[in-house]
Ligand binder design. Structure first.
Ligand code: GLN
Length: 278
């Protein structure tokens, strides 16, 4: 029988060809397959692995080696301290999107905003984080794509369920008349130009094209937001979007008619966000 430690080393060797983070990913998959936490692993790493667990682990490693994203295999991704359910059919929350959510949370606290729209909510990481961290605020999460809606429903925690409303709709269309007026609109829409999709990393190609593809120039969703959604904001309202690095300047020009639009860098130094003060 093989020990947990050797099993992990075996997984690491197998994953070296797909990720620079092979040791950490191999260990995370081992913990996932065995149900151990890191402490239990340290205490038991020289024990013989349970056979079914070793088999399950090797299957996970094989899938990861084929390019399946780690988060899909482990069914979750942490975002601002909360664990979100993810899996095939929904975009995996990215670290830069945490910065977008934080920027909104700060603005909500400074301004005392009460109503927030999260357009193209996906797994719900932005809107749910806002609902969790801003207890006075109500959030409407808009999502069209059915698999994402399934994750979104699971990701709205009971503690915020009365303040986080899921709306199944295509934001490319005009909003329903019965909606309340938002103080803040946030969105991480699909923004990759259609022609660039085939050249994306193998892992990213496992994610739904509907969450990535922003049309010919990648700007289709921002145009719809400009046309149908930012007009809903009152004077003194705020909007914040994630975008591709080479889209920030164009978006600032597009949204300059709405209010004071500026671009913001993410922690990697890329022009990743555009904010608008109406
Ligand atoms: N940031 C994502 C990526 O690089 C794209 C997400 C999106 O289109 N909103 O894969």
């Amino acid at each position: 029988m093989i020990s947990y430690k050797l099993l992990s080393a075996e997984g690491e060797a197998r994953l070296r060809e797909v990720t620079e983070n092979a040791a950490e990913e191999a260990l995370q998959l081992l913990l996932y397959a065995t149900g151990m936490d890191r402490t239990a692993y340290l205490l038991r790493r020289n024990d013989s692995a349970v056979r079914e667990q070793a088999e399950a682990y090797r299957r996970l490693v094989a899938e990861r080696a084929q390019g399946e994203p780690l988060q899909y295999l482990m069914r979750s991704q942490d975002f601002l301290g909360h664990t979100f359910a993810v899996g095939p059919g929904v975009l995996i929350p990215r670290p830069e999107t945490e910065e977008l959510a934080l920027l909104c949370i700060q603005k909500i606290r400074d301004r005392g905003y009460r109503r927030v729209f999260d357009l193209c909510a996906g797994a719900g990481c932005i809107g749910v984080s806002i609902a969790l961290k801003c207890p006075q605020t109500e959030v409407w999460l808009f999502e069209k794509y059915e698999p994402a809606i399934g994750y979104l429903q699971r990701n709205i925690p009971a503690s915020a369920a009365d303040r986080a409303h899921l709306i199944e709709t295509d934001i490319l269309n005009a909003p329903a008349k019965a909606l309340p007026q938002p103080d803040l609109i946030v969105s991480n829409p699909p923004y990759i130009p259609t022609g660039e999709i085939p050249g994306l990393q193998r892992e990213v190609l496992r994610e739904p094209a509907t969450a990535l593809d922003g049309g010919d120039d990648g700007l289709a969703f921002y145009r719809a937001i400009l046309r149908h959604w930012t007009p809903l904001l009152p004077v003194g309202g705020f909007a914040a979007f994630e975008c591709g690095e080479d889209q920030a300047d164009i978006l600032c020009t597009m949204f300059s008619h709405v209010g004071n639009a500026r671009k913001e860098r993410d922690a990697f130094g890329a022009d990743r966000f555009v904010t608008i003060e109406k």
